[in-house]
Design a protein around this ligand. Structure first.
Ligand code: SF4
Length: 478
């Protein structure tokens, strides 16, 4: 029985894709390997957002040259965003790679892996060809390029991939992601995603609902609906338009589901209907991830984000005034092309004023194939990028700590996600999340509470962690 191993980097889209690929490969008769060493098929699910992530994949592929010599019948594949972006370049840079599959072609992956295995088996069983497995046919499965074809043709070339969801493929049995839309049409100048994940396509509501029901039937209690710009979800059929807010109502009604989250929001198009749905539906988590990227109109313009800092502030105010206990997190890119000290200070002001629960801060990294690489020079020196990164992180840490301290002395309900620490003298530290997305850790004798909702008394706080303990049992009577 041949074994496969998938190594995943990147965002939640990739984590979900790997889960789906795992399910598809198991369905096709292959078996998961516990690590790379005992695998016959190694797949790298890749990310193209940063140069560093790509460099790491190329060096990991280089190290596997030796593995291919030892296992000439083995299949080495690159899937995901880098596969769509680099295509044949991957075969040129790593000639021992057999398979390159973009995110829009994953449906074809299981049968292609089997074809390659059969071809290689045939070759390695021919005496004078033993050890020359790398010379068997290469498979390149990618979607059409956006710049070279019409929108509808490109959309059609990104196939939807929806195999049976296999609980074994997930990190745990009680949380799952459901993709409600594919692709992105926003074209922020620094971002490669619209090219590698194709045009926005929303899944039919019934398909989403069926998938959620199946997952809940498998024991899932928390679902995260995902999309690159999830609030752009828009499905039109029979003269009706279904929006994300409608999906929240539909999915919330599934019996057995306890918590519903959605990510990632694009700051434009977060209408009242969406905020009201979050406010009114008890299962919907009050945590909203809304990347701002910058607080400067000049930088936002160069990024082509299509909103101003003032509009973003208005949105933040609208969220806080509509949803009691809302928690907002954001992303920022520091050192974007031409970012001046003054423009960076405007970002600092936005972070200080918005009271985010957390911000994910990245230094700008130029990506070939993006508009910003074509139009602007990556001219902010690295030490300046690093310094701005540190400054913003320190400000956000202070705000996060101030916010978390407000929980001390209160009770918080969490979904226990698993062990975060194992103590040498017995016992464990478990970790879970509140519905506002805060991490809470607490001590327990073992991990039996994993997957359960639990109320904890919060006694201490750090910027990104709350410390809780289970309430003492109360005994009534004599
Ligand atoms: S919204 Fe912008 S940053 Fe997000 S995936 Fe689309 S293009 Fe990239």
């Amino acid at each position: 029985m041949q074994k496969f191993y998938i190594e995943t980097v990147g965002c939640q889209m990739n984590v979900l894709d790997s889960e789906l690929v795992y399910s598809g490969l198991v369905q096709s008769g292959l078996v998961p390997a516990t690590d790379r060493r005992n695998a016959d098929i190694i797949l790298f699910n890749t990310c193209s957002i940063r140069q560093h992530a790509e460099d790491k994949i190329y060096s990991a592929l280089g190290r596997l040259k030796h593995w291919k010599v030892l296992k000439p019948y083995g299949v080495l594949g690159v899937i995901g965003c880098m596969a769509q972006k680099d295509q044949n370049i991957i075969f040129q840079r790593a000639p021992h790679v057999d398979l390159v599959v973009g995110p829009g072609q994953l449906e074809l992956l299981p049968e292609t892996v089997h074809q390659l295995l059969d071809e290689k088996l045939q070759r390695t069983s021919e005496p004078n060809l033993v050890g020359r497995g790398e010379e068997s046919g290469k498979k390149l499965l990618v979607s059409l390029k956006r710049r070279e074809h019409r929108h509808a043709e490109v959309a059609g070339s990104f196939r939807l991939f929806d195999p049976v969801r296999n609980p074994e493929a997930r990190l745990n049995r009680f949380q799952a992601m459901v993709r409600i839309m594919f692709g992105c049409d926003k074209f922020c100048t620094y971002c490669i995603v619209p090219s590698v994940r194709g045009p926005e396509q929303s899944r039919p509501p019934q398909e989403i609902l069926d998938e959620v029901r199946r997952l809940v039937g498998q024991g899932v209690v928390e679902i995260t609906l995902i999309g690159q710009a999830v609030n752009s979800y828009c499905y039109k059929a029979g003269g009706k338009t279904v929006l994300l807010s409608d999906i929240l109502y539909l999915v919330s009604a599934v019996e057995g589901l306890r918590r519903l989250c959605f990510v990632t929001n694009y700051p434009r198009g977060m209408g009242e209907d969406l905020l009201w749905a979050v406010r009114d539906l008890p299962k919907v988590a009050g945590h909203l991830h809304v990347p701002a990227q910058s607080g400067s109109d000049g930088v936002l313009g160069r990024m082509k984000r299509n909103y101003s800092a003032t509009e973003y502030r208005e949105l933040v105010n609208r969220i806080y005034s509509t949803i009691p206990n809302a928690s907002i997190t954001s992303d920022f890119i520091v050192g974007f092309c031409g970012e001046t000290d003054g423009e960076f200070l405007q970002t600092v002001e936005l972070v200080e004023g918005s009271r985010f629960r957390n911000s994910f801060i990245f230094k700008y990294s130029e990506r070939p194939g993006t508009k910003s690489a074509e139009l602007y020079s990556d001219d902010v020196p690295e030490p300046v990028k690093k310094m701005r990164n540190r400054v913003l992180l320190a400000i956000q840490d202070k705000i996060s700590l101030e916010q978390n301290r407000q929980f001390i002395g209160k009770t918080a309900e969490i979904l226990v996600e698993g062990i975060s620490r194992q103590f040498e003298n017995g016992g464990v530290q478990l970790s879970g999340r509140t519905s506002c997305g805060r991490i809470v850790v607490f001590d327990a004798p073992d991990d039996r509470l994993t997957g359960q909702f639990l109320k904890l008394n919060i006694y201490d706080a750090a910027p990104f962690t709350l410390f809780g303990r289970q309430p003492e049992p109360v005994f009534h009577g004599k």
